[in-house]
Design a binder for this molecule. Structure first.
Ligand code: GAL
Length: 809
């Protein structure tokens, strides 16, 4: 009898040891979705059998259809210099992301979960979310970009099916860009013991970092009343334990550890460490919580610029909106990674998450591939830019939203600064300084290690009302010619370009005559890829480069934008078919525009030698077709059909010649152009030939990855190009192509980068835009092979095969 009691108690102990550690379950599959209102009186009794079954992250609007009347806004955009209201079209992407959406998911909570605490964590839900469990209202979080969680424990019915319901609502005139719609970021169910590490409950700083030793300070917040023992262990990137410590207490802990010879985090060496927090009551482990961090130092010096790990570093940054082009707002790890890797390859070292808290995925990727990040909170405070925008929530929610952002993100080594706002209207209002002071204080209290910034367009107002003096770093939007003056007049300002350039272009389009313009407008709603056109308030890349090069103390720039995004189709934002931006250095499909190579030639260490335009101009016989080369070599010579057009050398005497090699007077004749590049010793180091293309003949498919994970989420991006019979790209081809995906995956999205194309991103056919488009295929959860077949008219159909594997990583 005694023996069996002993065995039972041993089993109980083992059960407790095991069962009380946190369990995290991704709530991704099996959601039901309805895109309209239901009565909130009896939510739990709703029959959802006719609702759509969806997986989360989910964007209910991205498949369209496009409709240019959606969210047409009669609005005065003072930031764009509007003097009166205009009827703006395409401002939020012309996609149906407005109205109400309901999500329901059954959670099976077993009797064995008795005694546990149960939470639901949302990385983001767009927007005005209201969460219910078993019909009972649990809580709400209006700002669609914030992460939040609710405790469900007391509403749970053990051993039964529990229904989690979420109501979302997007109002028209609530955004300046495509917000997306739905539970567009991940949701997790988390079960813990009564005592646990609180959500975002660790705050890790590294007050001393030297080659010999790194001091780690970890504040840990324990949620629960029991007295606990907290063991914190630090593991290096190889998984070796490099430090550990133990303390006893309750609620709040502060532990200090030392790590010998820490490897430093930087864009070149993105080394990460992991702190594992283990919570014990007596001998029983109650929780385990992991936090990733890094060792690095940051220093902003108003006279010298920015230093990372003591090394002078300029921000070669881009602003990114949160959408993933044709995939929409629904977070996808691979699509995010692809964007960030393309930026990194261009030479980018920093991202500004304009103008809202980013996905967790973005930060994880920036940590691991080495990109610094400015995390931005708001595009508007109380005096909103949108009738139904954040202004409505500011008083009640700003502190909560900013706190959620900083608590969630403050351990990431990639994050080097916070922004409390972009082009806030309060720049010109008496209350501006007090509001900035309030937000800066919240940020400093939660994280004294990083400076607080804001992006100013009305800097005169912000200086006058004292707002600019309330931030640590003064970000200027589109004002390089004022950097020097502002610094002289404001001896406390540390300055950088928070938003620069806003050059506009369409991939593969070239307009004549080739002259810089701030007012370009063409009847085909495209813009030149000679990279000479900007909006009225904006500048060419080269214009900003000069100031960045000549003023060491400017900490760098963040270009508007790395990728095209949905919405804000300036300058075609009034009564046109345009529904996405022209600002991107890369188009909406993810195909680099010419400008990509201009930035790469400036920012990257690798050799760049890019020639534009194409050489197929049947309508420009004997007319001028200028040739440009974007390169980090100093000199090149151009030949047209073997005849030299002369050499060009980078030349500081003019803004454009300083950064581009240009032959302005080339007369077009079919055949070929050849450009030969020279290094500074006049040695030939590069050669590029572009030939006049014939008729479309072949379809060429290039998958970015031939093997992907069979996890129902991984993606392969297949670039489709139309070639003539000699293999030249047909640079104006607009053929309608059809896509057929069979096997172990599905068609996820298709996009050609044309901002005016109204074909759904979920369509099985689309025209190429200037000879190219991208088809994205997604794996399903069974390993196998995906076949994408692309056909069109008389062209021979082509296939590409992608293997999907059950990989552990
Ligand atoms: C800025 C604004 C951005 C975007 C950009 C376009 O004023 O901060 O969100 O609108 O202009 O040039």
């Amino acid at each position: 009898m005694k023996k069996s009691l002993f065995i039972i108690s041993l089993m109980c102990l083992a059960f407790q040891l095991q069962a009380q550690k946190r369990e995290v379950q991704l709530l991704d599959t099996g959601w039901r979705f309805l895109n309209k209102e239901i009565p909130t009186t009896n939510i739990n009794q709703v029959d959802d059998s006719s609702w759509q079954t969806v997986t989360v992250p989910h964007d209910w609007a991205i498949a369209g259809p496009f409709d240019m009347t959606i969210d047409m806004q009669k609005v005065t955009v003072i930031e764009d210099g509007d003097r009166g209201a205009k009827l703006r079209t395409g401002r939020t992407g012309a996609l149906p992301c407005f109205g109400i959406g309901w999500y329901r998911k059954a959670l099976n909570i077993s009797k064995s979960d008795e005694g546990k605490r149960i939470f639901v964590e949302f990385d983001g839900a767009m927007s005005r979310s209201k969460v219910y469990l078993n019909g009972v209202y649990i809580g709400e979080w209006p700002y669609g970009y914030s992460s939040f969680s609710f405790e469900l424990t007391k509403y749970i019915q053990l051993g039964k099916e529990n229904i989690l319901s979420v109501r979302l609502e997007n109002k028209e005139e609530s955004s300046r860009w495509y917000s997306g719609a739905g539970i567009y970021r991940n949701v997790r169910l988390v079960k813990t013991a009564p005592v646990r590490v609180a959500q975002w409950g660790t705050y890790i700083t590294t007050p001393v970092v030297s080659p010999k030793m790194g001091e780690v300070n970890i504040k840990t917040e324990i949620d629960g009343d029991e007295k606990v023992q907290l063991i914190t262990e630090i593991f290096d990137a190889k998984g070796q334990k490099v430090a550990s410590t133990k303390s006893e207490g309750n609620k709040a802990f502060e532990q200090k550890l030392k790590v010998n010879k820490p490897s430093l985090w930087s864009p070149e060496t993105p080394v990460l460490y992991t702190a594992v927090s283990k919570v014990f009551v007596g001998k029983i482990q109650k929780d385990e919580y992991k936090s990733v961090f890094g060792f690095r130092t940051i220093k902003f010096d108003r006279d010298k610029g920015f230093f990372l790990n003591g090394k002078y570093t300029k921000f070669k940054g881009v602003c990114l909106h949160h959408d993933l082009g044709p995939i929409g707002a629904a977070v996808n790890f691979r699509a995010t990674e692809r964007q960030l890797v393309m930026m990194k390859e261009m030479g980018v070292n920093a991202i500004r998450t304009s103008h809202n808290p980013p996905s967790l995925e973005l930060l994880k990727i920036c940590d691991s591939i080495g990109l610094m990040v400015q995390v931005e909170s708001f595009d508007e405070w109380k005096n909103g830019k949108n009738t139904n925008g954040y202004g409505e929530f500011f008083d009640q929610w700003a502190e909560k939203d900013l706190t959620a952002m900083i608590k969630r993100d403050r351990n990431h080594p990639s994050v080097v600064m916070w922004s409390i706002g972009n082009e806030i209207r309060e720049q010109g209002m008496p209350e501006g300084a007090a509001m900035a002071k309030f937000l800066t204080k919240i940020s400093h209290d939660l994280d004294p290690t990083r400076p607080v910034s804001a992006g100013f367009n009305n800097w005169k107002g912000a200086i006058k009302n004292g707002l600019a003096a309330e931030v640590d770093l003064v970000g200027f939007n589109y004002a390089p010619d004022f950097y020097e003056k502002m610094r002289q007049e404001n001896p406390t300002f540390t300055i950088y370009g928070s938003e620069t350039a806003s050059t506009v272009s369409s991939r593969g389009e070239y307009k004549f005559p080739v002259t810089p313009s701030k007012k370009a407008w063409y009847t085909d709603y495209q813009l030149t890829s000679y990279d000479l056109e900007t909006c009225s308030w904006a500048d060419l890349p080269d214009y900003e480069f000069q100031y960045q090069d000549d003023l060491d103390w400017v900490a760098g720039e963040f270009v508007w934008t790395g990728f095209d995004y949905l919405g804000e189709p300036s300058p075609y934002n009034e009564g046109t078919p345009a529904r996405s931006s022209y600002f991107g250095i890369v188009d909406l499909a993810g195909i680099p525009k010419d400008r990509y190579y201009l930035y790469q030639s400036k920012w990257s260490e690798k050799p760049v030698f890019h020639v534009l335009p194409h050489w197929t101009w049947p309508d420009r016989l004997n007319q001028k077709v200028p040739v440009f080369v974007y390169t980090n070599y100093p000199k090149a010579e151009l030949f047209v059909n073997g005849k030299s057009m002369g050499t060009r050398v980078k030349d500081k005497s003019s803004m454009l010649k300083r950064y581009r090699l240009m032959w302005d007077d080339v007369i077009y004749e079919p055949g070929e152009i050849k450009v030969v590049g020279y290094d500074k010793n006049d040695k030939v180091v590069a050669e590029k030939i572009i030939k006049t293309a014939g008729e479309t003949y072949n379809i060429k498919l290039t998958a970015d990855r031939q093997t992907i994970k069979a996890d129902g989420k991984d993606l392969s991006f297949v670039t489709v190009e139309l070639l003539d019979k000699d293999g030249n790209l047909c640079p104006r081809a607009a053929n309608l192509l059809f896509f057929d995906v069979t096997g172990a995956g599905k068609l996820k999205a298709v996009c050609n980068g044309d901002a005016t194309d109204q074909t759904s991103f979920a369509s099985k056919y689309m025209r190429t835009f200037n000879g190219k488009l991208v088809v994205t295929v997604e794996s399903d959860t069974t390993a196998g092979e995906i076949t994408l077949k692309v056909s069109g008219g008389l062209l021979n159909a082509e296939e590409v095969k992608i293997t999907t594997e059950n990989l552990t990583k």
